[in-house]
Ligand binder design. Structure first.
Ligand SMILES: *[C@@H]1O[C@H](CO)[C@@H](O)[C@H](O)[C@H]1NC(C)=O
Length: 249
């Protein structure tokens, strides 16, 4: 059985309607452009270089994503583990390279492939259960650092009405992420037993691939949902026809 719960600091989607034009740092592509996907990749790469993304842009409901704050990711009874991570600071999102972006307006699908040189998940954790067959418990600080991660994300790409205008929304994201290395540091394991804590951290870093495989699915899902809710939130202030016009003037 697996259950995940993610609570975000960003306000829940679609509280206020908006009908703004695209901000200067996001250039549109015409839906009837035969090279639409190439155009979107090019523009996405340019947008990611916009300095304003560091701080956020409240007019467009964009929080600072450097780091992105996530209130809580809860891993309930996943492969024998219960884990709550709170007050998460996710560093490294803006280092992303966009390798692929494919929109299918007919099938209402979006697919993307991304690479992150370093993603650092910093937070407070509470954990109990078994990890790689060993009993584990603790409550303290957590640092999970993922190096050179490839991520693919597929989602439903639909339109929803906000106020009086249609807005693009990504729903049901399905993601996989494959890092080439993971570093883990959990402080205060086993009620602060230094020897056992050190052994467990060493073990998890030696067997990082297995540890990643047992823990990552809900964490990756939490991160992806957090990022997508930021995107959907920003999309709720710009009408679909502004963001994805049929053709460009
Ligand atoms: C998290 O761990 C990584 C890898 O060990 C390290 O480089 C980084 O400085 C740590 N971050 C914090 C905030 O301690």
């Amino acid at each position: 059985m697996r259950e995940i719960c993610i609570v975000l600091t960003v306000a829940s989607a679609f509280i206020t309607a908006g009908a703004l034009q695209l901000p200067k740092y996001v250039k549109p592509c015409g839906r009837n452009d035969p090279n639409f996907n190439e155009c979107v990749i090019k523009h996405a790469r340019e947008t990611l270089k916009a300095p304003i993304l560091e701080k956020g842009d409240p007019k467009y409901k964009l929080p600072s994503i450097s780091p992105l704050l996530i209130t809580e990711i809860k891993v309930v009874n996943t492969n024998g583990i219960n884990l709550i991570i709170r007050d998460i600071k996710l560093h490294g999102l803006l280092g992303v390279s966009v390798d692929k972006l494919e929109f299918d307006f007919e099938k209402k699908r979006v697919f993307g492939e991304f690479r992150f040189p370093v993603l650092e998940i910093i937070g407070k954790y509470k954990m109990s259960g078994r990890l790689l067959l060993l009993p584990i418990n603790g409550e303290g600080d957590l640092n999970i650092t993922l190096v050179d991660s490839k991520m693919s994300v597929e989602g439903d790409f639909v339109q929803e009405i906000v106020g009086e205008t249609q807005h693009a929304v990504v729903n049901n994201p399905r993601a996989t992420m494959d890092p080439s290395r993971m570093y883990v540091l959990l402080t205060n394991l086993f009620n602060g037993d230094k020897v056992l804590g050190k052994q467990m951290n060493e073990f998890l870093n030696d067997k990082w691939k297995d540890a990643y495989n047992s823990l990552s699915a809900p964490i990756v899902e939490g991160i992806v949902q957090a990022v997508i809710s930021v995107i959907n939130e920003a999309s709720s202030v710009v009408p679909f026809e502004e963001a994805f016009p049929e053709s460009l003037p």
